[in-house]
Write a protein that binds this ligand. Sequence first.
Ligand code: FAD
Length: 502
Amino acid sequence: MGDSRITKVVIVGGGTAGWMAAAALSRTMDHLSIRLVESDAIGTVGVGEATIPAIRLFNALIGIDENEFIRETGGTFKLGIRFHDWGRIGDTYMHAFGQIGRSLGMLPFQQYWLRGRNEGVAGRLGDYSLNETAAHANRFARLPRIPDTGLDGIAYAFHFDAALYATWLRKIAEAAGVERTEGKIAGVRRNGQSGRVEAVVLDNGTAIEGELFIDCSGFRALLIEGALETEFEDWTHWLPCDRAIAVPSENAGPARPYTQAIAHKAGWQWRIPLQHRTGNGHVFCSDFISEDEATATLLANVEGRPLADPRTLRFRTGMRAQAWNANVVALGLASGFLEPLESTSIHLIQNGIARLLAHFPGRDFDAANIDAYNRRVRFDYERIRDFVILHYHANQRTDAPFWIRCREMGIPETLAQKIELFKGQGQIVRESDELFIEIGWFQVLTGQNIMPGGYHPMADQLTGDELAGFFADIETIVARTASHLPGHEEFIAQHCAAGVPA
Ligand SMILES: Cc1cc2nc3c(=O)[nH]c(=O)nc-3n(C[C@H](O)[C@H](O)[C@H](O)COP(=O)(O)OP(=O)(O)OC[C@H]3O[C@@H](n4cnc5c(N)ncnc54)[C@H](O)[C@@H]3O)c2cc1C
């Protein structure tokens, strides 16, 4: 058994993907010798600052102290994403993390809400969400449950500085034995018979050999595409945005505990609050707006003074036909890209790592194992893709050709089925371990103004008075709990302010 174990892993690239992989592998498999190669001259993509709650599982896997992590990365807490002008201009809604209200009997809360809405006894969906109520009030605390109520508490993720995050992960990985080589890879050596990668070769001629190669080289995809020519499935016809302009700015007010996603005429703008600055970016489709106009739109909508020149990032949405090919596993931007609307790229890195750990190969690189990995990664990508498309497709805007095109475009069958099912009785089926939970879909579907024609008949089991009481109780508890939480900035100042020693 000892002979078949892989011991030499080479990670190509030191962005978020490379250092996440290095930290996770070094913390979980002592017997591995791990070398990471990165080029300071090439640098990293430098964006990727909003996350979803599952990142806390990754933090637990690598065993870090959460307050220290936030301090070191200038981080803030994130309770969800607030969408502006997506369905129609003037609309706002929130995709808040966590559950809303509570289920009763076999029915989820949203089924009662649909009935209550019809009968005029239910308020805004967000009034029953502690996350949304706290977000609007700029409040935060770690509160897994609301005591003595049966209601979930706060579900949270983070915003952080991408460069500081990579530095922080590097510290963890190097402390766990990962060796780093600075240098530019100029070539790849492959085995003539098996086709597997044997070594990457730096521009000074040094060859770095390995058994398993993890391609984290970003959009360059040096190994998975450059060496192995693995096909890229293009999803631009469903997600047509292909560029982003990014600019950091001074904070113009208290850091909000949520990301903002503001729709513009041919795309949307993110606002990500950090402790020391705000990250801003305008994601757009270059068929409908020039870079100059996109930059001007961004700068006109940045709240504080810009801290650097705006820079352009170009991308193509889609995924590798095989994220794992031969002895190369691609993670991060090398494996595919879904635009950042629901902050899922770092999550896909984390998922790729978790799946790699579950399917960690032997030296024979068993084809069945590789196929199983690729199937699971595809499932992860496709379900998230559908969720992101929903935001674009389900719009009623008539002011701009981009939005009309998004509304009229074809959509994947899997998404079409989900919408059709929902339109009947508001049902949502979460398949297998797909990422977004039912209430997440519900918030976006209704936020984009898709309302079901009916609701599940079991919601009629409550009398009208019981239904009204059910809503009133939850709303009261949520409002009272939120009002007792500390301010978001106050919480950070107390527990995890950047620059404050541990
Ligand atoms: C506009 C935009 C916004 C985004 N926002 C979010 C977000 O809010 N949330 C989120 O989860 N994700 C977001 N992402 C995605 C996120 O940025 C990436 O998933 C994440 O940063 C991982 O990038 P990476 O490590 O794969 O690539 P990179 O950061 O590009 O790193 C590539 C590494 O490979 C090295 N390299 C490349 N070529 C060579 C070579 N020849 N020799 C040696 N080294 C080499 C580079 O030096 C670098 O270290 C966003 C992406 C974009 C484009």
